[in-house]
Write a protein of this length. Structure first.
Length: 385
């Protein structure tokens, strides 16, 4: 846009210079020829940029178009400047062509444009030649200034884009760190719940069990004393109730300490040398299915590392209206696992079919390399013996 504004100003300043030119038919055609030449140069300059971008795709047509434009632009400018030698009236718009030559970097024409004013000087239009020379020098300075401004704007846009990309990358990394922190906190909470459940079971539960047994033994030894036996029975009933409450609390803590998504994420990280990803999209996963999924993933990861020599694995658990879908894909060698006898495969298949599901194992479709474990679990499980 800056170049267009400059060219409009130069065209407007060239019109008064026509008054200094000798009366000739060329004076009438000069503005039109200047507009045509300048417009053609601008269109070709913009077209060259698009052709160069398309030529990067190694297409033959854009390459030929770019070559043609590189030759056509200097030819158009040179043709106008040569015409100005024969028709002095065209010298009034030589500054406009000088501006285009400098702005578009048209090679030697950036410095040879003053020669086009010789025709006006020789024909007795010295004032026109001098004014056009001064205006042309100013046009060259304006072209250099505009080109520098455009270059700095392009650099500023690139810098802004780079900063924006860095900001987005930093935001994504911050989200990843926050998610990892949340996962670590969740793992710590679940681990603490599991520890508390074990402590209650191993300590309080055993003490209460021992007290119940001791109370029952006392009740047997004092059967001949009805009053004491009644009191001992009441104490025994209280101990039984306390033991039941402790067992229920331990069971609840153990269930809360088991989170399928967290367990799978930890499980993937337990296999060194394998870069794993987890896609978990299941909101309500029944405990039997969750236990089966964890067992299948553990066995699949072990097989992928031991038999398939895999270095990457992708685990996905998706929930659909009628079933859950588990898929485990790795870049190992599936044929090796099949050739080993497939004991791990039989174990995984038994866990899936025991819940009424399906199981399959095989290589990934070409051109991909690796193996895939695929299992489904219906939402209404029919547990098989």
């Amino acid at each position: 846009m800056d170049r267009i504004v400059d060219e409009i100003v130069l065209f407007g300043l060239g019109l008064p210079l026509l008054l200094l030119a000798p009366a000739a038919p060329a004076a009438v055609a000069a503005p039109l020829l200047a507009l045509i030449a300048t417009g053609a140069l601008e269109l070709l300059d913009r077209g060259e940029g698009g052709a160069q971008r398309q030529a990067s795709a190694s297409a033959a047509s854009p390459v030929r178009a770019a070559r043609f434009i590189r030759v056509a632009r200097p030819a158009i400018a040179a043709a106008y400047l040569i015409a100005a030698l024969a028709a002095p009236a065209l010298a009034a718009f030589v500054p406009l062509l000088a501006y285009a030559a400098v702005a578009q970097n048209l090679g030697p024409l950036r410095f040879l444009w003053p020669a086009a004013l010789l025709g006006a000087a020789v024909s007795g239009s010295g004032a026109l030649a001098a004014a056009a020379l001064l205006l042309g020098a100013l046009a060259c300075l304006a072209a250099r200034r505009t080109t520098k401004v455009q270059t700095e704007r392009a650099s500023l846009r690139q810098w802004r884009d780079a900063v924006q990309e860095d900001r987005l990358a930093l935001a994504e990394r911050t989200r990843d760190l926050a998610e990892r922190q949340d996962l670590e906190v969740s793992c710590a909470v679940l681990a603490e719940r599991a520890r508390i459940a074990r402590e209650i079971h191993d300590n309080v539960g055993h003490l209460l069990t021992r007290s119940v047994l001791q109370m029952e033994a006392l009740a047997v030894t004092h059967e001949d004393d009805p009053a004491l036996a009644k009191e001992l029975a009441a104490v025994g009933a209280t101990l039984h109730e306390a033991l039941g409450t402790v067992r229920a609390s331990v069971h609840d803590l153990h269930d809360e300490a088991f989170d399928p998504q967290t367990t799978l994420a930890e499980l993937i990280g337990e296999f060194p040398g394998i870069a794993g990803t987890l896609a978990f999209e299941a909101e309500s996963l029944p405990r039997p299915v969750a236990l089966a999924v964890v067992a299948i993933v553990r066995e699949a990861l072990a097989n992928a590392r031991t038999h398939g020599r895999a270095t990457s694995v992708a685990v996905s658990l998706l929930e659909f209206p009628g079933f859950y879908q588990l898929a485990i894909e790795d870049n190992g060698r599936a044929a090796n696992l099949v050739g080993e006898g497939g004991l791990g495969l039989a174990s995984m298949e038994e866990r899936a079919t025991a819940l009424g599901g399906t199981f399959s194992f095989g290589p990934l479709p070409p051109p991909r390399t690796g193996s895939r474990v695929f299992a489904t679990f219906p939402k209404t499980q029919e547990v098989r013996p």
